[in-house]
Design a protein around this ligand. Sequence first.
Ligand code: 7RM
Length: 648
Amino acid sequence: MGEKANQSQKDITGFRPPEDFVRNAIVNDPDIYRRAEEDPESFWEENAGGIEWYRKWDRVLEWEPPHSKWFIGGKLNACYNCLDVNLDQHADKTAIIWEGENGDIRNYTYKELLEEVCRFANVLKGMGVKKGDIVTIYLPMIPEVVISMLACARIGAPHSVVFAAFSGDSLATRIGNANSRVLITCDGYSRRGKIIEQKNKVDDGIRSCGLIDQVIVVRHMGNEITMKDGRDIWWHEAMENSDSSCEPEVMDSEDMLFLMYTSGTTGKPKGIVHTTGGYMVTTQTTTKFVFDLKNEDIYWCTADCGWITGHSYLVYGPLSNGTTLVIYEGAPDYPDKDRYWDIIERHKVTILYTAPTAIRTFMKWGASWPQMHDISTLRLIGSVGEPINPGAWLWYHENIGMGRCPVVDTWWQTETGMIMISPLPGITTTKPGSATLPIPGIKAAVLDDKGNEVAPGQDGYLAILDPWPSMVRTVFGNEERFIETYWIKWDNKTYFAGDGAKKDEDGYFWIIGRVDDVIKVSGHRIGSAEFESILVSHPSVAEAGVVGKEDELRGEVIYSYVTLKSGIEESNELKKELTAYAEKNIGPFARPRQIIFSDDLPKTRSGKIMRRVLKAIANEKDPGDVSTLQDPAVVEMLKEKTRMLESA
Ligand code: 7RM
């Protein structure tokens, strides 16, 4: 094979997939787009054949906007489709290669994973967990997080995984909203060689919520913890005599598979409800299509199970395809900045799925780190979580993909459950910085405020025009919020994604970023309002306005504009205290970059803080018309304060 066939060819419009990649790709016939568009229901129905159903559905779709039901009457079990189905051919195939931050390695074959999952499912059952009970999982990236999720799915208990770096208070809020009585956690975990005291956070957090009856604790680090009598039990003790077979619960296609809390425009996170049938069909299909997943692949998604990517593209999608996956517990720079490349070399990873913020960090550290390792096993690389700037895309393609691996920039959300806009690596010509085209079966558009499609090159709002199988069904316990957030923007049947975007002349989508009050810090979703309500709960703070400021490395960082209560003096100590307070109350990933004290904030005449104006100020952009503010002079004052920070 000549050099040429092996390299992505640069032409006027972008990077065409290499010929040999196209030849072997699972999807390489562009006709798939036409077929799916002509009859999306048949397209999804055809793909539903990849899932094993106890009972076939009667109808594919019932669409009563904005409510959809998919594969109606179908019965299945998600865990069965991730594990049992693989036993025929892949019983001894490695399902999980887990690597601890300290270098420990634990492998599970499909058969072993199934046994562990069944044993844990029986533990849960023994504790009285029944179909429909929501179980909260608060674990770091250790095998037990996957085992717990699948065990819940096996017995029909929806899981709610809370990102391990969240504070105990954030955990308690989510437990309270879900009305969850059982919690799975661990003693501690390792982050850059330091022990994070997870169980302590639990004890602090749930003291106040009073809901949790039972806590199952994985012994991971061996750090000292207190076990509360009658409430806390050790995972390993509970597992000891537990039976290793457990019949999967027969679930309805529309039964809830899991809840995933995500930040929105109000102070309270919302529980995004995903159901079973549609979710399994699309995560299985898109994992196969977008990552061109084959039996021999070693697939590594670096996302955490505390976020949707860890659900769809670490657990349910890959395992339902019988994939071997790599899970890494720790930080990318521990013990050194080549840890990822070292992992790829040792485990012979073929597919890497990571985030722009990581890519930009690697770029800053320099190409000499990956160059220390043989990463030539890679054949496809992906990106998710925020817009990837063309510079980072090109660096990734060149230095990690060796100019040879297709790059899939995948746009999607907690609410969509599945990848919505992304190249198909054996078909799509990619353009650095563009997520390219909606995947087959998805209809997306860029609309203006009135719901009209904008002209190519113009900014507008990203919209999804037709229902899709893994769409959010509702906001847990808050149907009103579901409607308000996603549907009332236009006509109650067009999904409002909350992102700004534009389409170019070729119909390619370029995602600009959030247009609502959601901040994406290193791909983590944080709500302005959620953050503000924490700041104002501090005894010194009267008011706060929190916005995202663009950042080269992290996408966005948090800028907090704070008005102190009268009589409280501004000081650097107080800044530090508030930073620590926010960190303690949300989690270390949400540390504010700047706290700016100000006697006043830009407000409407009715007293509402104008985040739009604050955001412009933080980003040193034109805030537009400010004449309707209570006191327009505030803007100049804040601009000056922000400028001073930048030059400091
Ligand atoms: C998967 C995930 C969703 C928000 C979404 C966007 C941003 C995600 C991309 C992206 C540009 C991408 N779920 N986003 N992927 N922006 N290009 N490829 O991240 O619910 O946590 O966040 O993330 O703003 O609305 S999420």
